[in-house]
Design a binder for this molecule. Structure first.
Ligand code: 2F8
Ligand code: CA
Length: 307
């Protein structure tokens, strides 16, 4: 019977191929057998692979476990070596600790009474202080207020004292300045110092000299100052000029001339070249004259002091 099947197999196969996938298995028992063999072979392969993997894993695990065990044993050995090498030290330290504990206990038990007494005294003092504070609340409040007021007044007088010190120092400096100027021959009048030269220079040179002395040529802006100039019987340059613009007279600080004291007929700009002002006619109140700036005469400087 089987022989018949095998003999017919090529024909069956051909028939199956010509049927192009016809699922009627009853018509191809040989194909069924092939399939069984193929499936079994495949399963065997899978089982083989699974066996290989599990064998590999088992070997790795064993090796890992072995390593860990070896490491643990090595560490144990090292720890034992360390302990045996430091045993004496550990023993000494433990002994010392126990001795200290014992002495502390003795100390505490020997001073228990003292500690109790001190605690009691402290509590009593606290209690008495509380009684004192509560009994004198108003008094304490008043005293605190007074202390605050005294502090405030103290601060106030301190700052007043500081201000006085500053003022004193400023006055000292001023006094020193005054002293120096008097010694150098300056005259004091109405919050200004005046210097009357003993030599003669042009208007510009005179002005430069005043500046080098920390001053400038005199600016006359009051009747009193004009009268003051008459004390000096000299022809003197003052700080007035119309050099910048003919006919517009300005003081050396840049201000325009307001009240003037020109002598009668002045300023006349004689020869068209008189651009600087002098005190000339000392016998009269209106004593000013315009003069060529390059003429050499005396001059008067003014240094204003703080009023
Ligand atoms: O008469 C006034 C006249 O006198 C002199 O000139 C002759 C003055 N000049 C000099 O002193 C250089 C003028 O300024 C003055 O106006
Ligand atoms: Ca003149």
């Amino acid at each position: 019977m089987e022989m018949v099947v095998l003999e017919n197999e090529p024909e069956v196969l051909m028939e199956n191929i010509s049927n192009k996938g016809n699922r009627d298995t009853s018509a191809a028992p040989g194909l069924k057998l092939y399939r069984c063999v193929a499936v079994s072979f495949g399963l065997l392969c899978i089982i083989q692979v699974a066996l290989n993997i599990s064998l590999r894993l088992s070997l790795d695990y064993e090796a890992g476990t072995k390593n860990l065990t070896e490491e643990r044993d090595e560490l144990k050995g090292k720890l034992n070596d360390y302990i045996s090498g430091n045993e004496a030290k550990i023993k000494t330290l433990t002994g010392e600790r126990d001795e200290l504990k014992r002495r502390l206990d003795v100390l505490i038990s020997g001073n228990e009474g003292k500690i109790k007494t001190l605690t009691g005294e402290r509590d009593e003092l606290k209690r008495r202080l509380d009684v004192l504070i509560s009994g004198h609340g108003a008094e304490i409040k008043t005293l605190t207020g007074e202390r605050g007021e005294l502090r405030r007044r103290l601060d106030e007088s301190q700052s007043q004292q500081n201000a006085l010190i500053r003022e004193r120092d400023e006055l000292k400096r001023t006094l020193n300045d005054f002293d120096q100027l008097f010694q150098k021959g300056w005259e004091y009048f109405h919050s200004s110092f005046y210097y009357i030269s003993s030599t003669e220079k042009t208007w510009q040179e005179s002005r430069d000299d005043c500046v080098s002395r920390g001053a400038n040529l005199m600016i006359i802006d009051s009747q009193e100052e004009q009268d003051f100039t008459r004390r000096f019987p000299k022809r003197m340059w003052i700080g007035l000029t119309d050099r910048a613009q003919e006919g517009t007279w300005r003081w050396v600080d840049g201000t325009l001339l307001q009240r003037s004291y020109w002598y009668s007929g002045e300023p006349n700009d004689e020869w068209g070249e008189e651009d600087c002002a002098e005190i000339n006619y000392k016998d009269v109140e209106n004593s000013w004259n315009d003069m060529p700036c390059d003429r050499q005469i005396h001059w008067i400087c003014e240094k204003k002091m703080a009023p």
